[in-house]
Design a protein around this ligand. Sequence first.
Ligand code: ATP
Ligand code: LTN
Length: 329
Amino acid sequence: MEKKIILSGIKPTGIPTLGNYIGALRNWRQMQEDDKYCYYMVADLHALTVRNDPKELREQTRSMAALLIACGIDPERSPLFIQSHVHQHAELSWLLGCTTYMGELNRMTQFKDKSQKHSDNINAGLYTYPVLMAADILIYGAHMVPVGDDQKQHVELARNIAIRFNNAFGETFVVPEPVMPKFGARIMGLQDPEHKMSKTDTNPNGYISMLDEPAVIMKKFKKAVTDCEPTIAYAEGRHGCNNLLTIYCACTGKTMAEAVAEFEGAGYGKLKVAVAEAVIAEIEPIQATFKRYMDDEAELDRIVKKGAQQAGERAQLTLDKAYRAVGLR
Ligand code: ATP
Ligand code: LTN
């Protein structure tokens, strides 16, 4: 049986949040099954689209790799690598850029959001970011791309680029599909539940970092913004309450109906403590493994080097095929 190929990435722009974990990383771990072959990467080239400090980028890239292993990525089974170590991504990105319309890039909501947030640095890389992401995906022939809701649009663009390229130059790329979790494809900020939780939020109370101490997690949930309604329910417009219930379901495996029934007649105090406890139970073991890998620099280097070699071999095959298809060879 032919294995399905999986590819996904995360930017090393900070410590991952509970949103990254529930929306993407947990799915990454769960997709490592016998009928699939998974490539996972730290998207350091994508991190350059916002202003960066070189020393910080180096450290964050390293800790992101350690955290991915701590979250359950098994590097013996799934190549784990740093995007810039596989030079073929940037090369394919050029070919794909010539197959992408500016009109398509103009529609990307992440570009609009990030240009607003970083209005002093609207660089061309931020604009062509989704083309590089398409190259990341198409270069491995990925069938499925596990991402949170905010990246769905980018995976759909990768699909369109693959289809257009195949139509113009012959069957070259696999057409990928986004895969999102049932619960928590979009975890919202704890202080502003109308916007997604983000690791680059300027208010640390807005997100749960995967490395927050249990006491800090409890405190942040207790401070979470909710509403003045007397009951706990999953309902239109109740962003804060919906978010807490979603996190609760994602971490306990309960259905929404079960969760709502459990908190019938209870107040926010009880819900917040229960959510915090469920999150702590999920995150604590990850923190312990993270520390172990951060303390073993040589082992981490060995893992990402091997990952880049395995990924590079596969990437080169697709790049050769694409070069030949357009007439460069
Ligand atoms: P930044 O704040 O630097 O833009 P980010 O927190 O949005 O970063 P990314 O590196 O862009 O994180 O995302 C990694 C993965 O996590 C992606 O698949 C993305 O869809 C998912 N993700 C990010 N934020 C959330 C969220 N709040 N809820 C669910 N999934 C999320
Ligand atoms: N753009 C993604 C990170 C990312 C990615 C990818 C995700 C870069 N390359 C390829 C899936 C597949 C983000 O901002 N979260």
